[in-house]
Design a protein around this ligand. Structure first.
Ligand SMILES: [Zn+2]
Length: 231
Protein backbone atom coordinates (compact mmCIF):
# COMPACT_ATOMS: atom_id res chain seq x y z
CA UNK A 1 0.00 0.00 0.00
CA UNK A 2 1.28 3.41 -1.02
CA UNK A 3 0.07 6.54 0.72
CA UNK A 4 -0.40 9.64 -1.42
CA UNK A 5 2.59 11.33 0.31
CA UNK A 6 4.79 8.37 -0.61
CA UNK A 7 3.71 8.64 -4.22
CA UNK A 8 4.29 12.39 -4.37
CA UNK A 9 7.68 11.91 -2.66
CA UNK A 10 8.52 9.21 -5.20
CA UNK A 11 7.55 11.54 -8.07
CA UNK A 12 9.72 14.37 -6.76
CA UNK A 13 12.64 11.96 -6.24
CA UNK A 14 12.28 10.55 -9.77
CA UNK A 15 12.04 14.00 -11.38
CA UNK A 16 15.01 15.24 -9.32
CA UNK A 17 17.05 12.12 -10.27
CA UNK A 18 16.35 12.64 -13.96
CA UNK A 19 17.74 16.19 -13.77
CA UNK A 20 14.49 17.58 -15.20
CA UNK A 21 13.41 19.37 -12.02
CA UNK A 22 14.69 22.85 -13.05
CA UNK A 23 13.03 22.45 -16.45
CA UNK A 24 9.82 21.29 -14.83
CA UNK A 25 9.80 24.29 -12.48
CA UNK A 26 10.55 26.64 -15.39
CA UNK A 27 7.79 25.13 -17.48
CA UNK A 28 5.23 25.37 -14.65
CA UNK A 29 6.31 28.96 -14.00
CA UNK A 30 5.93 29.79 -17.70
CA UNK A 31 2.45 28.25 -17.70
CA UNK A 32 1.48 30.48 -14.74
CA UNK A 33 2.95 33.58 -16.40
CA UNK A 34 1.18 32.85 -19.68
CA UNK A 35 -2.07 32.29 -17.86
CA UNK A 36 -1.69 35.62 -16.03
CA UNK A 37 -0.97 37.22 -19.42
CA UNK A 38 -4.08 35.54 -20.83
CA UNK A 39 -6.21 37.16 -18.11
CA UNK A 40 -4.63 40.57 -18.78
CA UNK A 41 -4.44 40.42 -22.59
CA UNK A 42 -6.60 42.93 -24.41
CA UNK A 43 -6.63 41.75 -28.00
CA UNK A 44 -8.40 38.53 -28.89
CA UNK A 45 -5.34 37.26 -30.76
CA UNK A 46 -2.97 37.63 -27.79
CA UNK A 47 -5.62 36.15 -25.49
CA UNK A 48 -6.03 33.03 -27.59
CA UNK A 49 -2.30 32.56 -28.21
CA UNK A 50 -1.38 33.00 -24.52
CA UNK A 51 -4.10 30.52 -23.55
CA UNK A 52 -2.83 27.93 -26.01
CA UNK A 53 0.79 28.54 -24.98
CA UNK A 54 -0.12 28.08 -21.30
CA UNK A 55 -1.84 24.80 -22.16
CA UNK A 56 1.26 23.62 -24.09
CA UNK A 57 3.50 24.47 -21.10
CA UNK A 58 1.23 22.42 -18.84
CA UNK A 59 1.33 19.48 -21.26
CA UNK A 60 5.14 19.79 -21.47
CA UNK A 61 5.32 19.71 -17.66
CA UNK A 62 3.19 16.57 -17.54
CA UNK A 63 5.32 14.98 -20.27
CA UNK A 64 8.48 15.71 -18.24
CA UNK A 65 7.01 14.09 -15.13
CA UNK A 66 5.89 11.04 -17.11
CA UNK A 67 9.23 10.66 -18.92
CA UNK A 68 11.26 10.84 -15.69
CA UNK A 69 9.23 8.19 -13.88
CA UNK A 70 11.20 5.09 -12.95
CA UNK A 71 8.82 3.32 -10.60
CA UNK A 72 5.12 3.62 -9.89
CA UNK A 73 3.16 5.19 -12.69
CA UNK A 74 -0.04 5.21 -10.69
CA UNK A 75 -0.03 8.93 -10.03
CA UNK A 76 0.65 9.80 -13.67
CA UNK A 77 -2.86 9.01 -14.77
CA UNK A 78 -4.22 10.82 -11.70
CA UNK A 79 -2.23 13.99 -12.43
CA UNK A 80 -3.31 13.87 -16.05
CA UNK A 81 -6.97 13.30 -15.13
CA UNK A 82 -6.89 16.15 -12.60
CA UNK A 83 -5.32 18.44 -15.22
CA UNK A 84 -7.88 17.58 -17.88
CA UNK A 85 -10.67 18.05 -15.34
CA UNK A 86 -9.36 21.42 -14.14
CA UNK A 87 -8.71 22.84 -17.60
CA UNK A 88 -12.11 21.70 -18.84
CA UNK A 89 -13.78 23.42 -15.87
CA UNK A 90 -11.72 26.52 -16.63
CA UNK A 91 -12.72 26.55 -20.32
CA UNK A 92 -16.37 25.98 -19.45
CA UNK A 93 -16.67 28.41 -16.57
CA UNK A 94 -14.14 31.17 -17.19
CA UNK A 95 -16.19 32.80 -20.00
CA UNK A 96 -19.14 32.89 -17.59
CA UNK A 97 -17.25 34.85 -14.96
CA UNK A 98 -14.91 36.71 -17.30
CA UNK A 99 -17.12 39.82 -17.38
CA UNK A 100 -16.47 40.27 -13.64
CA UNK A 101 -12.73 40.37 -14.30
CA UNK A 102 -13.39 42.95 -17.03
CA UNK A 103 -15.55 45.11 -14.73
CA UNK A 104 -12.65 45.21 -12.25
CA UNK A 105 -9.98 45.75 -14.89
CA UNK A 106 -11.78 48.66 -16.56
CA UNK A 107 -13.15 49.93 -13.22
CA UNK A 108 -16.50 49.90 -15.02
CA UNK A 109 -19.61 51.39 -13.41
CA UNK A 110 -23.31 50.79 -14.19
CA UNK A 111 -24.32 53.18 -16.98
CA UNK A 112 -27.52 53.93 -15.00
CA UNK A 113 -25.33 56.18 -12.84
CA UNK A 114 -25.05 58.51 -15.85
CA UNK A 115 -28.40 57.97 -17.56
CA UNK A 116 -31.30 55.58 -17.21
CA UNK A 117 -32.38 54.89 -20.78
CA UNK A 118 -29.59 52.54 -22.07
CA UNK A 119 -30.34 49.91 -19.40
CA UNK A 120 -34.11 50.35 -19.91
CA UNK A 121 -33.65 49.97 -23.69
CA UNK A 122 -31.58 46.78 -23.28
CA UNK A 123 -34.13 45.31 -20.83
CA UNK A 124 -36.97 46.01 -23.28
CA UNK A 125 -35.03 44.43 -26.18
CA UNK A 126 -34.32 41.32 -24.12
CA UNK A 127 -37.97 41.07 -23.15
CA UNK A 128 -39.12 41.60 -26.73
CA UNK A 129 -36.85 38.83 -28.04
CA UNK A 130 -37.47 36.55 -25.04
CA UNK A 131 -33.82 36.31 -24.01
CA UNK A 132 -33.48 34.81 -20.54
CA UNK A 133 -31.32 36.36 -17.81
CA UNK A 134 -30.22 39.88 -16.98
CA UNK A 135 -27.90 41.97 -19.12
CA UNK A 136 -26.24 44.91 -17.51
CA UNK A 137 -24.85 47.95 -19.28
CA UNK A 138 -21.59 49.32 -17.85
CA UNK A 139 -19.43 52.27 -18.82
CA UNK A 140 -15.72 52.76 -18.30
CA UNK A 141 -13.33 55.67 -18.46
CA UNK A 142 -11.59 55.71 -21.85
CA UNK A 143 -11.56 58.29 -24.62
CA UNK A 144 -11.36 55.55 -27.28
CA UNK A 145 -14.88 54.95 -28.62
CA UNK A 146 -15.53 51.29 -28.03
CA UNK A 147 -18.36 48.89 -27.17
CA UNK A 148 -18.19 45.17 -26.48
CA UNK A 149 -20.15 42.41 -24.82
CA UNK A 150 -18.86 39.74 -22.45
CA UNK A 151 -20.79 37.17 -20.45
CA UNK A 152 -23.96 39.06 -19.59
CA UNK A 153 -22.54 42.57 -19.68
CA UNK A 154 -22.31 45.29 -22.32
CA UNK A 155 -19.38 47.68 -21.93
CA UNK A 156 -19.42 51.22 -23.36
CA UNK A 157 -16.48 53.61 -23.18
CA UNK A 158 -16.92 57.25 -22.13
CA UNK A 159 -15.52 58.25 -25.53
CA UNK A 160 -18.34 56.32 -27.21
CA UNK A 161 -21.02 57.91 -25.00
CA UNK A 162 -19.64 61.34 -25.88
CA UNK A 163 -19.60 61.07 -29.67
CA UNK A 164 -22.75 59.04 -30.36
CA UNK A 165 -26.27 60.43 -30.50
CA UNK A 166 -29.16 58.49 -28.99
CA UNK A 167 -30.12 56.61 -32.19
CA UNK A 168 -26.49 55.60 -32.77
CA UNK A 169 -26.12 54.39 -29.16
CA UNK A 170 -29.34 52.41 -29.53
CA UNK A 171 -27.95 50.76 -32.68
CA UNK A 172 -24.74 49.88 -30.81
CA UNK A 173 -26.68 48.49 -27.82
CA UNK A 174 -28.90 46.40 -30.14
CA UNK A 175 -25.75 45.11 -31.89
CA UNK A 176 -24.26 44.04 -28.52
CA UNK A 177 -27.56 42.52 -27.35
CA UNK A 178 -27.41 40.35 -30.49
CA UNK A 179 -23.95 39.17 -29.43
CA UNK A 180 -25.18 38.37 -25.91
CA UNK A 181 -28.08 36.38 -27.35
CA UNK A 182 -25.74 34.35 -29.54
CA UNK A 183 -22.88 33.95 -27.06
CA UNK A 184 -24.05 30.53 -25.92
CA UNK A 185 -24.02 29.30 -29.51
CA UNK A 186 -20.63 30.82 -30.28
CA UNK A 187 -17.66 28.42 -30.42
CA UNK A 188 -15.54 28.56 -27.31
CA UNK A 189 -12.50 30.26 -28.88
CA UNK A 190 -14.65 33.00 -30.36
CA UNK A 191 -16.36 33.30 -27.02
CA UNK A 192 -12.98 33.68 -25.32
CA UNK A 193 -11.84 36.14 -27.90
CA UNK A 194 -14.76 38.34 -26.89
CA UNK A 195 -16.77 39.97 -29.60
CA UNK A 196 -16.14 43.64 -30.15
CA UNK A 197 -17.82 46.43 -32.08
CA UNK A 198 -14.71 47.03 -34.12
CA UNK A 199 -13.55 46.24 -37.60
CA UNK A 200 -12.29 42.72 -37.18
CA UNK A 201 -12.32 40.63 -40.34
CA UNK A 202 -12.27 37.24 -38.65
CA UNK A 203 -15.51 38.17 -36.92
CA UNK A 204 -17.00 39.93 -39.93
CA UNK A 205 -19.78 37.43 -40.45
CA UNK A 206 -21.00 37.74 -36.85
CA UNK A 207 -20.59 41.50 -37.05
CA UNK A 208 -22.82 41.66 -40.14
CA UNK A 209 -25.51 39.61 -38.47
CA UNK A 210 -25.39 41.81 -35.36
CA UNK A 211 -25.61 44.91 -37.59
CA UNK A 212 -28.61 43.51 -39.47
CA UNK A 213 -30.36 42.95 -36.13
CA UNK A 214 -29.45 46.49 -34.99
CA UNK A 215 -30.78 47.93 -38.29
CA UNK A 216 -34.05 46.02 -37.79
CA UNK A 217 -34.45 47.27 -34.23
CA UNK A 218 -33.26 50.86 -34.73
CA UNK A 219 -32.41 51.86 -38.30
CA UNK A 220 -29.86 51.17 -41.02
CA UNK A 221 -28.92 54.87 -40.96
CA UNK A 222 -28.12 54.77 -37.21
CA UNK A 223 -25.95 51.65 -37.65
CA UNK A 224 -24.06 53.21 -40.55
CA UNK A 225 -23.44 56.54 -38.83
CA UNK A 226 -22.29 54.74 -35.64
CA UNK A 227 -19.88 52.65 -37.76
CA UNK A 228 -18.55 55.71 -39.55
CA UNK A 229 -17.85 57.45 -36.22
CA UNK A 230 -15.92 54.42 -34.94
CA UNK A 231 -13.63 53.92 -37.91
ZN1 LIG B 1 -20.03 43.10 -32.79
Amino acid sequence: MFSIQDEVGCYIACVADSGLLPWLMASLFMALLLFAFYLKARSSRSRISSFIAAQLCMLASIAMVVSSMQCSRMLTIEIYTAYVFLSTMLILFLPRIYYRILIKRYRARPVAELMEWPQVFVNSLKEQYKTPGMSEVYYYNSAVPRAFASGKTIFLSMGLLEIMDKAELKAILAHEVWHLRHNTRTPILRHLSMITFTRNFSESELENMADIFAADVVSRRAVESARSKMS
